[in-house]
Design a protein around this ligand. Structure first.
Ligand code: SF4
Length: 987
């Protein structure tokens, strides 16, 4: 019986015995003091086989995984810039890949940065991985030699070698910590303590890197050492090379899974150790935790000093607190190269069952040389500083980096809602009152005084709560003041909507307004910033024995995140170099209005990217939670139920709504990506930005504010015969087609009937998968209505299963399953069905990160040019910022930037269908304005926006008849080739 079968048998038996294998009902969130007889279920299990989230078990049953055979001895090798680069046996590199590898190796050797643009299907990921892994392998050898020769660590190394080989991490950890955090004036900690500290540190939301906190920490260290210990005199300098890790960032876990698949093919798997960083929402297996609206908070609570604990975490002690046994455990369960789903499924069903979150984020990071993670772990300061991410000396790869500017601007932008402030105020106040109540009984302090090791009294804790309570009150006063400037925009389509965007000077003035009792400009060097940071530090300290008694008085996560965001904003805004990049936006929205939240691109859109009012105003925790919410739509659902502003009199704090019946929010928008990009990556060894659509590269470099000495633009590897690219300026009925707001607003416009007819024509003539991208959900809905009304949808449904991109991320995988099923088993859907048609929106979930190779997409139809919404305040603020600074900073003008945004999104969507060298497909662009992208009209450097490799094939057709002839010829030729190949296979 295999171990998996044995597991299932035990699991089923357990269910029959006590019914504890799956939770019968949702358990309320509560904190229970540790007791001897805590039930197994409450603690996440507690018996031999523990209940895990049933959805994970369903996935395990569905995805029967095969053991991966690692063939590290079976490879081909090329010497490139004196580095042996290995590839899978039988693989030959494209010239584009070779060029990219050489440029990356040159950059890594000289600590330089790289910009790499390479079309989809040209082997970009393989080039990125093989070059960096080859260089790192060589570097690790050099580093080992440097340690052996090091006067400080050489002897020590030899002495510890045996132990090193057992756990594989101790020396690396010590040296890495020395590299990263030199301890000022403090005696070095014992090696054994380092891990314990890291473990206990799991639940500490790290405070911002402010001078005050550093100073405070140093003072604390000095205090602790009232009697200074003799410091070992070092007679020699350390000559060890620093530890270098590779961070491979992409936008989503789906993309990470694809990159990991490529990594598993390389002969570096198992030589270069890897791990994945993922949130608890992605990786927690505790059945009760998974049902909570805030899994992280629940996890922290149950694992806190007074919590009931989680058996999946407890099972890790002590053996699996080290990376080497953890890797052995995974390997013994058939998992060597893993993505997040695989590691979750393995650890949920292994024996013992272990927490995947702590395993991947805390344990495997100890010895991992290659760390895969979503962008936010690298770019967002709040997430980066609360994770085990060590950017210094690392090599950072940002794949699919075409949106890096937006991502960076988002990372340094912060939104606060009136309700968020009021909730924070309430939380600070309630906790303070709780202490007041206890203190008034005059017994608690006496009790606490008898406790060993407590260093903070309730009175001190109360002082910090009160200080932050007053700070939030001051913030609310500030919001009330700035909100008075909000006006109804002239072209507002929303009743009661008000907005206002102010310059950085006005923002500064609003923060320093003594007349209204506002003194909120607190740069990092200021005493007030230090005081806020000190209070924040105190109320967020977790798991320290002396703080355990204070756990019950800690404020809500909303309150903590609110102060944390404020501290980060002040740290950035306090930097004079970047102060002028900030804009203050006030937005007032009636609570019952829902349309506004979908109005962003081209008059309205969708989106999970920059300039989305959806994210900015609904996201109470600011950019930090974006990734989290994208991946967990149920959080959005929960928020949608509870994020509305309460009525005037219902706030328990007594706060009176600034505008009755409206939700008021303030956004602090950063206009320059350079701020957070420099903050994140200035200490890396090399940063590599790669994508199929990075152009224009020159302005990208200037916007990001860093030097990229190595640059590469790869060529398309797919034969021109396999690519059909057309602009359709005219529809089958002879009307010119232009996807403007005016045309799309009119349901009777010929625009919809022409677009519908083109889609119907394509679906009737091309089997397999068809993708159709529209500028917004509004246009998509309208098109659907028109096509239903004129029966073209009905006709399409005789050939295709018609699907629509869901608005919620959680629903995407179901839709994709149906899409695949209709393509690969069409007869299950009806005798005439030959594939599927998917309607989606530009910049949406389908437009990037999903591989539509071969039959999954034979035609991509794009409708319109996806310009950002010209009515969006942030878009306009960015345009005028660029206009003001384009000459001085060498960045694009506002209009150029605006157009670039549109074409990057268009190119991304078009790139869905051509995924590898032998793939073929057609790209049909419906909009007469795109004629300028073809050779039919004069195309200069400015107007040529469609990707170079598409433009080479791009033709505009003066009539639908001429298009029809060419398109049919292309499709028939491709099918003839396919049929011939199939015939040859049979012979
Ligand atoms: S994240 Fe891990 S430790 Fe936390 S509740 Fe989930 S399984 Fe337990």
């Amino acid at each position: 019986m295999s171990s998996m079968d044995a597991f299932w048998k035990r699991f089923e038996n357990k269910k029959k015995e006590g019914g504890r294998a799956t939770p019968s009902s949702r358990q309320p969130f509560r904190i229970v003091k540790k007791e001897a007889n805590v039930s197994a279920e409450d603690s996440g299990g507690g018996s031999e086989v523990q209940a895990v989230d049933p959805d994970i078990l369903k996935k395990v049953k569905k995805n029967k995984r095969k053991r991966i055979q690692i063939k590290n001895d079976d490879y081909e090798q090329l010497m490139m810039l004196s580095v042996p680069v290995r590839f899978p046996q039988g693989m030959s590199l494209y010239p584009t890949q070779k060029l990219m590898i050489v440029r990356i190796l040159a950059a890594l050797k000289n600590s330089q940065n790289v910009l790499g643009e390479s079309p989809t299907g040209s082997g970009k990921t393989m080039a990125l991985l093989s070059s960096t892994c080859a260089w790192l392998k060589q570097y690790i050898d050099e580093k080992r030699e440097s340690k052996e020769k090091c006067a400080v660590h050489g002897n020590f190394m030899r002495h510890e070698d045996d132990e090193d080989s057992k756990d594989g991490i101790k020396k690396e950890e010590d040296l890495a910590k020395e590299d990263i955090k030199p301890v000022i004036g403090a005696a070095p900690k014992k090696k054994e303590d380092l891990f314990e500290e890291q473990w206990n540190d799991d639940f500490i939301p790290h405070s911002p890197p402010t001078a005050a906190i550093v100073k405070q920490e140093v003072n604390a260290e000095v205090k602790k050492e009232a009697k200074p210990e003799p410091v070992e005199q070092k007679t020699s300098e350390c000559t060890c090379l620093p530890r270098v890790r590779i961070y491979y960032g992409t936008r989503t876990h789906k993309q990470i899974a694809q990159v990991v698949k490529e990594f598993s093919r390389l002969p570096y798997a198992n030589i270069i150790k890897h791990t994945i960083l993922a949130s608890r929402e992605q990786s927690c297996i505790h059945p009760t935790a998974r049902k909570q609206p805030d899994i992280s908070q629940y996890c922290k609570e149950i694992n806190s000093a007074n919590g009931i604990g989680c058996t999946f975490k407890t099972n890790m002690r002590p053996r699996f607190e080290k990376a080497a046994p953890m890797r052995d455990h995974l390997q013994n369960n058939g998992t060597v190269v893993f993505d997040i789903d695989e590691v979750v499924e393995t650890l949920a069903t292994s024996y013992p069952q272990l927490c995947p979150y702590f395993s991947t984020n805390r344990i495997l990071t100890q010895d991992a040389d290659l760390i895969f993670c979503p962008f936010s772990y690298l770019v967002d300061p709040l997430i980066r500083n609360s994770s085990d991410v060590t950017i210094k000396n690392s090599v950072v790869i940002l794949d699919e980096a075409h949106n890096i500017e937006d991502t960076c601007r988002d990372a340094a932008s912060f939104t606060f809602t009136e309700k968020e402030f009021d909730d924070s105020l309430l939380s600070f106040r309630l906790k303070r009152i709780a202490i007041d109540t206890i203190l008034s009984k005059n017994t608690a302090e006496e009790e606490l005084a008898q406790m060993e090791d407590f260093s903070i009294t309730m009175k001190e804790f109360r002082t910090h709560l009160l200080y932050l309570e007053h700070l939030v009150l001051e913030m609310l006063r500030w919001v009330r003041q700035v909100a008075q400037h909000a006006k109804t925009p002239p072209k507002s389509r929303q009743e009661g909507f008000k907005s206002c965007t102010m310059s950085s000077d006005n923002l500064f003035a609003s923060l320093t307004d003594p007349e209204n009792g506002i003194d909120l400009f607190t740069p990092p060097q200021s005493p007030k910033h230090a005081a806020i940071a000190a209070s924040f530090d105190t109320i967020t300290r977790h798991n320290e024995p002396e703080m355990q008694a204070m756990d019950q008085f800690k404020p809500s996560s909303t309150a903590i995140v609110c102060i944390e965001k404020w501290l980060y904003f002040q740290t950035y805004f306090g930097n004079q170099q970047y102060q002028t990049t900030y804009r203050l936006n006030v937005s007032v929205e009636p609570v019952n209005y829902s349309g506004r939240f979908n109005n962003t691109f081209d008059g309205d859109s969708t989106m999970n990217t920059s300039y989305s009012a959806t994210n900015r105003t609904r996201n109470s925790a600011g950019p930090r939670n974006m990734q989290y919410k994208e991946e967990n739509a149920w959080v959005q659902e929960a928020e949608n139920d509870g994020d509305e502003w309460i009525d005037t009199d219902s706030s328990p704090t007594g706060h009176k709504a600034i505008f009755e019946g409206c939700k008021t929010s303030v956004s602090l928008w950063c206009m320059s990506p350079a701020l957070s990009f420099f903050d994140a990556f200035s200490e890396t060894r090399s940063i590599i930005l790669a994508s199929g659509t990075l152009c224009p590269m020159d302005t990208l470099k200037t916007e990001l504010g860093m030097e990229f000495k190595q640059q590469v633009e790869g060529d398309q590897v797919i034969s021109p015969d396999n690519i059909f690219a057309a602009v359709l300026p005219i529809g089958p009925h002879g009307n010119r087609v232009q996807c403007t707001f005016r045309n799309t607003s009119d349901p009777d416009s010929p625009f919809y009937s022409e677009v519908g007819s083109i889609i119907k024509y394509v679906c009737s003539n091309v089997p397999a998968g068809i993708l159709c991208f529209l500028p917004s959900y509004r246009v998509l809905e309208q098109l659907k209505t028109c096509m239903t009304r004129n029966l073209s949808m009905k006709k399409i449904e005789t050939k295709k299963v018609v699907l629509f991109e869901p608005r919620r991320s959680s629903e995407l995988s179901n839709v994709m399953d149906q899409f695949d099923a209709a393509i690969f088993n069409p007869k299950n859907f009806g005798p005439t069905i030959n594939g599927a048609l998917m309607f989606a929106v530009f910049r949406g979930k389908v437009s990037e990160g999903i591989d539509f190779a071969d039959d999954r997409a034979r035609v991509v139809i794009s409708v319109g040019i996806p310009y950002p919404n010209a009515m969006d305040d942030q878009v306009n603020a960015k345009k005028s910022y660029n206009d003001m600074n384009s000459k001085e900073m060498g960045i694009l003008t506002g209009d150029e930037w605006y157009t670039t945004q549109a074409y990057r999104a268009l190119n991304q969507a078009l790139g869905r269908c051509l995924r590898h060298k032998n793939d073929w497909g057609a790209m049909l662009m419906i909009d007469e304005r795109l004629e300028r992208q073809t050779g039919n009209l004069q195309s200069g450097a400015v107007s040529a926006r469609v990707s170079k490799w598409i433009r080479a094939q791009l033709k505009s057709y003066p009539s639908f008849k001429t298009f029809n002839a060419s398109f049919r010829e292309f499709i028939e030729r491709q099918h003839a080739v396919v049929k011939k190949e199939e015939l040859e296979d049979e012979i």
